[in-house]
Ligand binder design. Structure first.
Ligand code: F3S
Length: 407
């Protein structure tokens, strides 16, 4: 693998032990994937920062790194395992919470920005089209590759840390033009409008296409940012899709030929929609309603506040978001409206990455395909994947009776 003189100095230890260790990680990765060289990156979004995922091994690794060096590149942190300000009030275990705070502190010493969110693009980290970055968190990776048209592989905790310390990643995978062409074309034959519609479409697409790049055709109305956020999370949860194109919408689909010569075409019609929703069709008493997977934008919080205004909920309900978005929600009065109804805005974390299991829920009602997909395997709960308005009605009545089909 070709290395510049500077990269050779890093590998030889001339920039210190931690830089050398990180360069070794990246060279090994590059050799595995046949990368011909390294490429400089402009931002890192670090996954693996929940203590639930990192554990003591991760904590010790990051603490050790933070005693020896500093990040070279602006690095945002993904969702962590607690609400860093409200953990006592929510009732997260003290031992877990203190370890989590220690881990965040170690990342802080390395120079990380305390975003603690899976939607860094909502809080100021927005790469430019074509820029090379090193992001982790599957939904954020799909969003940044597809919607923004920046270029990243799906980085894990150790490779993201190595990228942040050296400012490099091996040049392979989604950094290359040749890896960004669609192997599947999905003809969308139903009208997709709501975030749930996009979650269902994405879930079907990820399930059908695995980890391949795919393209959607036939989407008539230009999707909102929230629609694309839901789509990105869904394609990356039922499959491992890190890049999709929407013909006529996403930037690469308007600037280059994104369809592979050997593309396979699939159809997403009313039957595919219905069958996908039926995978998550719990009805009955409602224990826990969650919106904000990926973390909510201020627009979603405004919508939730409007639906909850003057009401009182029967079930538990979390609205997950970043602290930056909550600050805005506080100023707008949305937080008070939501809390007056009995729901909670939970920052920095989400049910998948925090110790929710200990709360003993039997079902989770959500508008997120990602959460509906992971929750049964994590906690043996049943899930319903429904419209945001229906999530809030279910929280208010404490019941979900199923939906009348409109498609
Ligand atoms: Fe974000 Fe947690 Fe969902 S990290 S995408 S809210 S599983």
């Amino acid at each position: 693998m070709y290395l510049t003189d500077e990269e050779k100095r890093m590998l030889n230890g001339e920039h210190g032990e931690i830089v050398q260790k990180c360069m070794k990680v990246l060279v090994t990765l590059g050799e595995i994937y046949d990368a011909e060289r390294m490429i400089e990156i402009s931002s890192v979004h670090s996954p693996g920062v929940s203590y639930r995922v990192a554990g003591d091994a991760g904590l010790n690794y990051v603490k050790d790194a933070s005693s020896q060096g500093c990040f070279k590149i602006p690095t945002t942190l993904n969702t962590v395992g607690i609400d860093t300000e409200g953990w006592k009030k929510i009732g997260f275990p003290t031992d877990f919470s203190l370890k989590q705070l220690e881990l965040i502190d170690a990342y802080g010493k390395l120079g990380s920005i305390y975003t603690n969110t899976c939607t860094p693009y909502l809080v100021g980290s927005i790469p430019k089209f074509g820029e090379h970055v090193a992001w982790g968190e599957s939904s954020a990776v799909a969003f940044v590759n597809s919607v923004i048209g920046a270029r990243t592989n799906r980085e894990g905790g150790p490779s993201a840390l190595a990228a942040a310390v050296t400012g490099r990643v091996p040049y392979y995978g989604y950094h290359l033009d040749s890896s960004r062409k669609s192997k599947f074309l999905i003809q969308v034959e139903v009208e997709v409008k709501s975030d749930r519609d996009y979650a269902v479409l994405g879930y079907y697409a990820g399930h059908s296409c695995g980890k391949e790049v795919l393209a959607f055709d036939g989407i008539k109305k230009c999707p909102t940012m929230e629609n694309l956020k839901a789509l990105s999370a869904a394609v990356a949860s039922s499959g491992a899709v890190a890049l999709y194109h929407i013909l006529g919408v996403t930037p690469e689909a308007t600037t280059m030929q994104v369809i592979d010569d050997k593309v396979e075409t699939l159809k997403f019609g009313p039957n595919e929609y219905r069958k996908t929703v039926e995978k998550f069709s719990y009805t009955g008493e409602v224990d826990f309603v969650v919106i904000g997977c990926p973390h909510c934008s201020i627009i979603e919080i405004r919508q939730a506040a409007a639906l909850l205004k003057g009401k009182r909920i029967e079930s538990d309900m979390w609205i997950c978001t970043s602290r930056q978005v909550k600050t805005l929600a506080d100023k707008m009065g949305y937080t008070k409206t939501i809390e007056d109804a009995g729901a909670q805005i939970v920052c920095d974390t989400c049910p998948v990455l925090c110790p929710t299991l200990e709360r003993g829920y039997r079902n989770i009602i959500t508008n997120s395909a990602k959460l509906a997909h992971y929750a049964p395997g994590l906690w043996n709960v049943k899930t319903a994947l429904i419209e945001t308005e229906d999530c809030i009605k279910a929280a208010i009545t404490g019941k979900w009776r199923g939906e009348h089909w409109r498609k």
